[in-house]
Design a protein around this ligand. Structure first.
Ligand code: GLC
Length: 486
């Protein structure tokens, strides 16, 4: 679905651009953006945060690699990029304006664009190094110079490091959406791409070391990543950044995720008129081959079927969950787990499995379910349970990362402790009992639906980070240059 055609979707509002005055020009570098390319939560963030910044009066330009299948766009600049022995001419092409934000693709001029990302697989390192260098060069070019470059995840981890070597005047902000993926490369590749001067064979680590500011997507996950348990080998480096490593909680785009207007749903609803939710539930039951039983609690999981999402814990308890008097709907893709869920669904008549990562079934499942499972082993923010709240599907989460902060601490849903193997089952039992007996259920669901985690608040935080600090930077590495350039 293309929700906003270029040129449509709200031009920049001449709002006051927050404290600090003048509007900023921001280059937003990302490997995905919904709806053009979406792998996971980063795609939603890349759509919503620039939009929110634009609504606050800033000029935001978004840069995406030119993958196979994307339109060629309107060429606006060409850059000669070198990385070690690799040379390429990369073209910047205008892809139009979405929600007040100009989108560009950057990629080879020839007929062979870069591969599309398949899940969160770390490959195509060379393409991302070239992409990063192109954006760094652009940031120093007349007519383009931004105040800040906002880099997202390992794909553009090299960008802040390379910016330093160019003596660019703009600020660099690196946001970590998932510390588990780092863009690792062997020594031979490092030499080939001329990266040996930047320290470790790890693109994310380069970004953490050289960005002016590093953020991750919730305060709680920030704190967790400072310990060896959740630091994925980078905790020491993260600790070394002190206050220049911050947590900024993601928001939800409540225009995008609104059960009253969601075009994927057979009927709209909102907290004051819930009739449509019953229609959505019946439709989800039908689409899942489950009996249409309005009063039977419907428990759902929507997400990538990977270890991080707690799929192993879910499978460990799948028989016991199916033995509860509920209906279970699991939606997601992920090779090895797909087979196991498919088998479980054949065995349990009240369990349905959709091996699908499409937006349509995801939205119907948020809307048609009563409870939403998020048993993730770790979760930097966890947008899915926040979206579930809005659709009146009460989350049951493991108390980790962003979910501990947004769902457990606020009492907006049910939760279980990390390390409690039977916690998931206990929490689901408790929530089902609450739902059945309506012991405060309606009140709980209403609170969930009314809760707001807005992008505007996050955008205001980033805005401050994009501006140079008034005081000289306190961080030890403020003047650090990659070795070769000292
Ligand atoms: C990643 C994280 C998820 C977060 C999303 C957007 O997918 O795993 O927790 O919500 O990025 O920041």
């Amino acid at each position: 679905m293309r929700y906003a055609e270029p040129g449509r979707g709200g031009d920049v509002r001449p709002d006051t651009p927050g404290p600090g005055g003048r509007p900023l020009r921001v280059h937003f570098a990302t490997s995905e953006v919904y709806p053009l390319v979406k792998v996971g939560g980063l795609g939603d963030v890349a759509q919503a945060l620039p939009k929110s910044l634009a609504q606050r009066g800033h000029q935001v330009e978004l840069f995406l690699p030119r993958y196979t299948g994307l339109p060629a766009g309107e060429p606006v600049a060409e850059l000669a990029v070198t990385a070690g022995s690799v040379r390429a001419t990369l073209q910047v092409a205008d892809q139009g304006r979405y929600d007040g934000v100009r989108y560009y693709t950057v990629g080879p001029t020839g007929p062979v664009p870069w591969n599309r990302p398949e899940g969160y697989v770390e490959k195509d390192l060379a393409s991302f190094v070239l992409f990063s260098r192109a954006l760094a060069l652009l940031a120093t070019r007349d007519g383009w110079r931004p105040d800040a470059v906002h880099c997202n995840d390992w794909h553009v981890g090299h960008l802040p490091a390379y910016l330093r070597t160019l003596d660019a005047e703009c600020r660099s902000v690196l946001t970590i959406h998932n510390l588990a993926y780092q863009g690792l490369f062997p020594q031979t590749k490092a030499s080939e791409l001329g990266l040996t001067a930047y320290g470790t064979g790890n693109l994310l680590a380069q970004g953490i070391r050289y960005a002016d500011v590093v953020t991750t997507v919730s305060e709680r996950y920030r704190d967790e990543t400072l310990s060896p348990l959740r630091g994925c080998g980078l905790d020491e480096l993260l600790r070394s950044r002190g206050d220049d490593y911050q947590g900024v909680l993601n928001g939800v785009d409540y225009d995008q995720f609104d059960p009253a207007t969601d075009s994927h749903l057979p009927a709209g609803y909102d907290v004051d008129d819930m009739a449509g939710k019953a229609v959505c539930k019946a439709e989800l039951q039908r689409a899942s081959g489950l009996p249409t039983e309005p009063d039977r609690p419907l428990v759902a999981f929507v997400g990538r079927l990977v270890k991080q999402k707690g799929v192993e814990l879910l499978l460990e308890h799948i028989d016991e969950l199916a033995d509860l008097d509920v209906q279970l709907v699991v939606v997601g893709r992920g090779e090895r787990f797909e087979r196991t869920f498919a088998r479980a669904a054949r065995f349990h008549p009240n369990l349905a499995f959709h091996p699908d990562s499409g937006e349509a079934i995801a939205r119907l499942t948020y809307a048609g379910s009563d409870l939403f499972l998020a048993p993730s082993e770790f979760e930097p923010c966890g947008l899915a349970p926040l979206i579930a709240l809005r659709y009146g599907s009460v989350p049951v989460v493991r108390r980790v990362g962003g979910m501990a902060q947004t769902v457990a601490d606020t009492g907006l849903g049910f939760s279980f402790a990390d390390g409690d193997r039977s916690g998931l089952l206990t929490a689901v039992r408790e929530s089902v009992t609450r739902q059945r007996g309506d012991r405060g259920w309606t009140r709980l669901r209403d609170r969930a639906m009314r809760a707001r985690f807005t992008w505007d608040e996050a955008a205001a935080r980033y805005e401050r980070l994009y501006r140079p600090p008034a005081r000289p930077a306190s961080s030890a590495n403020a003047d650090e240059q990659p070795e070769r350039y000292r």
